[in-house]
Design a binder for this molecule. Structure first.
Ligand code: 5AD
Ligand code: SF4
Length: 324
């Protein structure tokens, strides 16, 4: 699949292990500037359901957590929020949920269609694994992009963390999405217990093999009510190194400064824009639902979506970049 990646597994491992990574950061920043320019894309993130049938070991929304107050936004609420995000200036809406079969492909497709009829928003779906024909249906309804992280490229670690799935099935979904013409987003967590530098090199090569148009990399954050509660959080430095190397492997990709990175430190989140990142997502989920979408513990801003976007635009400009 695809062309030979610009860096081999061994080269990636050696780079990840460097004492002084600053030359690689500089190179990644330069490649970002040449390949995708100074624009930072602001994306609206709507978490429309926190119901999930899966039991990923790291996630606060896992089905086994009975303490979570579950919610499902109605199609009307979803469309209204999409319109509000559009009015606030967003050009892309990311619709994210757990794997929630209540939203059948038909229903999701109708929602996507309605938003596409009423706005010129690009729509990114992030709703987990589905059969190819469902992805095809949603694409036909107007979905432009799909986010589905592979989480870890180590098949044994993947199996240990995901009682309901296999790495192979996950990669099959990513290939289907790509073939169906979606702009395809992958990604992985950095610092999962049991992960090594070898795994991270494979994670990066997996992004290149698809090849992903977008890739989100964030540090693993232990959630206190999951089986991984006692594991150490992932390193932000290592996460930034992965973003920089992803930029070298995929010069034109959209690489977000992930929310998880901002949880560890707000400074790191803005810093990653000089390490190759060019995208940031903002939650537009209504406040009454937002606090219930707790994948990992994180502080929440309670600002209005227009105001929130303005603040972020200012922050992006302060970095010498152009919000869009
Ligand atoms: N720490 C960091 N990221 C997490 N995700 C899920 N749980 C955690 C966690 N504990 C990420 C996964 C998933 C996305 C929705 O959130 O990468 O794809
Ligand atoms: Fe569900 Fe996604 Fe959480 Fe896994 S990571 S339990 S699929 S919401």
């Amino acid at each position: 699949m695809g062309n030979k990646p610009a860096l081999s597994a061994q080269e990636l491992e050696d780079l990840l292990n460097l004492e002084d990574f600053s030359p690689v950061y500089r190179r990644a920043n330069q490649v970002r500037q040449e390949a995708v320019g100074d624009t930072v894309h602001l994306r609206a993130l709507l978490e429309f359901s926190n119901v999930c049938r899966r039991n990923c070991a790291y996630c606060g929304l896992r089905a086994a957590r009975t303490q979570v107050e579950r919610y499902r936004m109605t199609p009307e609420e979803i469309v209204d929020t999409a319109l509000a995000a559009h009015r606030a200036g967003y050009r892309t809406l990311v619709m994210q949920s757990g794997e929630d079969p209540w939203y059948t492909p038909e229903l999701l497709g109708q929602i996507v269609r309605e938003i596409k009829e009423k706005t010129d928003l690009a729509i990114t779906l992030s709703c987990g694994e589905m059969p190819r024909e469902d992805y095809a249906h949603l694409r036909a309804c107007g979905a432009d992009r799909y986010l589905l992280k592979h989480e870890t490229a180590d098949p044994a670690l993947y199996a240990a963390l995901h009682p309901d799935g296999t790495l192979e099935a996950r990669l099959r979904c990513l290939r289907d999405l790509k073939e169906l013409g979606y702009e395809t987003g992958g990604g992985f967590m950095v610092g999962l217990p049991g992960q090594t530098v070898k795994t991270l090199a494979q994670d990066l090569l997996t992004l290149a093999a698809i090849p992903c148009d977008m890739a989100g990399m964030g540090p693993f954050l232990p959630h206190p009510d999951t089986p991984l509660r006692d594991a150490a959080p992932g390193s932000t430095e290592r996460t930034k190194r992965c973003v920089a190397l992803a930029r070298l492997l995929l010069p034109k990709a959209n690489l977000p400064a992930t929310t998880a990175l901002g949880v560890r430190s707000a400074g790191e989140k803005s810093d990653v824009f000089s390490c190759g990142a060019n995208v940031v997502m903002l939650k537009v989920t209504p406040t009454r639902y937002k606090r219930k979408y707790e994948i990992y513990p994180a502080p929440l801003a309670d600002t209005h979506i227009v105001e929130q976007r303005r603040t972020l635009e200012e922050q992006v400009r302060a970095l010498g970049r152009v919000p869009c």
